[in-house]
Every structure is written in C-alpha cells, then in structure tokens.
Unconditional design. Structure first.
Ligand SMILES: [Zn+2]
Ligand SMILES: [Zn+2]
Length: 379
C-alpha cells in the first residue's frame, strides 16, 4: 500500500453496516434470485413493461433531476417536473436530493482531492461504492446547498424520503404484482433488480467515467469522455465535458451523443415544462480546446533540447495568440448578433461580419493545429 493510500485510509470513518450490507447483498440477491424465479415461474409481459418504465423513470430522476436540476441548476423546471424528479430520485435509494447534491457539489469542488467523497484517485472500488460503506464527517455538511434548503418541494422530499422510497419500491411493485397474480416476480424484478441496475449505473459515473475514455477538454482531473460509459451510465458518459462545463444542461454535446436526460429536458422545454436551459457558448468551448491543445504542445516542447524548444515555443505562442484574438472577435460578434436577434435588428452587415469573424477564427485554429504535424521529433 502506498503512503498516499495509507494516509487516506486512516481518514475513513467507521463502517456503516446498513449501507455496506445492503449495497453488497442486494446485487448478490438479484443475481441469484431473479434467474431462479424466472426458471420456475417464467416471465410476464407486465413485469417487463413495469421494470422498463420504472428503470427509465428512476434513471431520469437521477440524471435530469438530482444531477442536472438540483446539484447543478443547469435549467429551471415546473413544479410538476420537479415533483416527479424528486419522487423518481427517492425511488433509486440514493438518499435525498439535498444530501445527494451536497456530496456531488463537493465532488466537483474538490475533484480527485481530499474533500471529494468519491475521489477516483483512490481506485475503482472506492469511487464506485466503497465510499458509501464508510461514515463521512462531511456527509451532514449541507452548507453548500442553501438554495435547496430554501426550496419547499426539496425539503418536503427530504422529510418524506423513506415513505416515498417504500411506496415506490415496495407498495407499488407489490400492488401491481398482486393485480397480475405475480407479487414476487414484480418485487424481485421491477423492485430489487431495477434498484440494483440503477445503483450500478450511477456508481459507474463516479468510477468508470473517471477511468475509461479520453480527455478532449481538460486534463486537470481524472474525468473522461466515453460513449461506452454513456450507455452504461444512462447518458452521463461525457464526463470530461461535464467536469469542464458543469452548468451545461447537456452531458453529450453533439445531438447524436447518447444522453436521454438532455433529450428529455429539451423536449420538456417544447412542452413548457422546463426553461432557462444553460448551454456553454461555442467560443467558450473553443477556448477550452485552445487551452488543452496549448498544454499538449507544452508537454511536447518539454522534451526538446532548449534551442529547438525556444524556436518552437515562439511559433506556437504566436499562433496561439492569433487564435485567441480571432476567438475574441468572433465571441464579440456573436454577442452582438444575439443582442440584435433579441431586439429583431439583425442586418445583412452584421451577419456578414459574424461570418467573416468565424471564418478568420477557423483559419487561425487550423494553422495552430497544423503545428502538431510540423513539430520535429523530440531529441
Ligand atoms: Zn466526476
Ligand atoms: Zn456533476
């Protein structure tokens, strides 16, 4: 064990046996009991439909509710939307929205460091679920969620969390199961199986999404972008983008990136249920890309002999400054255009100047990128 790991282990609180036993035994019971049940009793279409519907509902409760609405405030939603998100979130047995969001805000504030509850540098299992097995002296610190503590609907969910969880996970599946004469099947598959599946998907955001994939936006922490993780985590797989722009309501930036929460929030806006969807403007995204590419060049240059390095350093810095200037100009033009759109004052000259600024920026960016191919091999 490294000294780093040993120091951190000493900080771990005592084991919370209720969490440790439930999170360890529930997957084992699901894997064992569901096949036995299906072997002896067979499936039923109503069980599969209910399981699928509850999986979508509760999965979205975490991604578009707990995560993007309550933890990040990346959009606004109507009371009906917020109520459903809170009910769905409680049904996943991942604690109340207030506690979940407080831990998640700490994760973003202290990513990979002390204070990050699911610090991925401590290894896969810690980030995945072992962090929940231990008492955490910060778990009750809700000082970073004053907005949620002032929200009556969120406070209501905190107060009635266990009642909602029991109704959704026991009363509802049992009632539906009794209707079709399959109470055990419904409890095991739509209840236990779905809880385990949603747990593992959410836990993978903290573990796999900090291990598997690429870092196109930033290397300042362990977060990664991966389409495989996007499918495994119900659309939260573009985690490097998310850590770079946490206020954005999207996780998968491109329209084809698998991100059901993004699609649902966007559809909600069309239906008048969500509003104020926060998007990271293109020039801000490109500025991040510029920083990332500059870091790549700096890493390459550090391997050069000083004379060659100094010459290339100058060329790269000049090209970077040019991109920076054009990016500023394009950004300014874009703001003017947006203002003109709001006031319905868009002119042909404004459009022309916006197009020109964008073309000039793209040219400068291409030249900056071309330096990577022209770089000599390190000494
Ligand atoms: Zn993360
Ligand atoms: Zn987040």
């Amino acid at each position: 064990m490294t000294e780093h790991a040993a120091t951190k282990d000493r900080d771990d609180g005592p084991i919370l046996w209720s969490n440790a036993l439930f999170l360890s035994l529930s997957p084992l019971l699901a894997v064992l009991l569901i096949p036995i049940y299906l072997w002896y009793s067979g499936g039923h279409w109503a069980i599969w439909v209910t399981t699928f519907a509850m999986w979508i509902f509760t999965g979205l409760g975490i991604t578009l509710g707990y995560h993007r609405l309550f933890a990040h405030r990346s959009y606004k939603a109507s009371p009906v939307w917020r109520f459903l998100a809170l009910v769905a979130g409680a049904a996943t047995l991942q604690n109340s929205a207030i506690v979940w969001a407080a831990a998640h805000r700490r994760h973003h504030r202290h990513t990979d460091h002390h204070g990050d509850p699911y610090d991925a540098t401590r290894g896969f299992w810690w980030a995945h679920m072992k962090w929940i097995f231990h008492e955490n002296d910060q778990a009750d610190d809700l000082s970073n969620v004053p907005d949620l503590k002032a929200d009556p609907l969120v406070v209501w969910q905190q107060k009635w969390y266990w009642v909602i969880a029991l109704v959704m996970n026991l009363v509802l599946p049992l009632g539906l199961g009794l209707l079709i004469g399959r109470p055990w099947g419904m409890l095991l598959i739509a209840g236990l199986g779905r809880i385990v599946f949603t747990h593992q998907a959410t836990f993978s955001i903290n573990s796999l999404c900090h291990i598997l994939g690429t870092q196109p936006w930033s290397e300042s922490n362990t977060s990664k972008d991966s389409w495989i993780c996007a499918y495994l985590t119900f659309g939260e797989g573009y985690h490097n983008f998310h850590h770079s722009f946490p206020a954005d309501y999207r996780n998968g930036l491109r329209w084809y990136h698998f991100d059901p929460a993004k699609w649902a929030i966007w559809t909600g806006q069309r239906l008048g249920l969500t509003s104020n969807l926060k998007r990271t403007e293109a020039p801000i995204q490109w500025r991040k890309k510029l920083e990332r590419q500059t870091e790549k060049y700096e890493t390459s240059l550090s391997q050069f002999v000083p004379e060659v390095g100094a010459d290339w350093n100058h060329r790269i810095e000049s090209a970077r400054q040019l991109v920076d200037e054009h990016l500023n100009r394009w950004s300014k033009n874009l703001r003017e255009y947006q203002r003109a759109c709001r006031n319905k004052e868009v002119t042909a000259a404004l459009l022309r100047s916006l197009r020109e600024a964008r073309r000039a920026w793209r040219r400068a960016w291409k030249e900056f990128l071309a330096l990577e191919r022209a770089l000599p091999l390190p000494a």
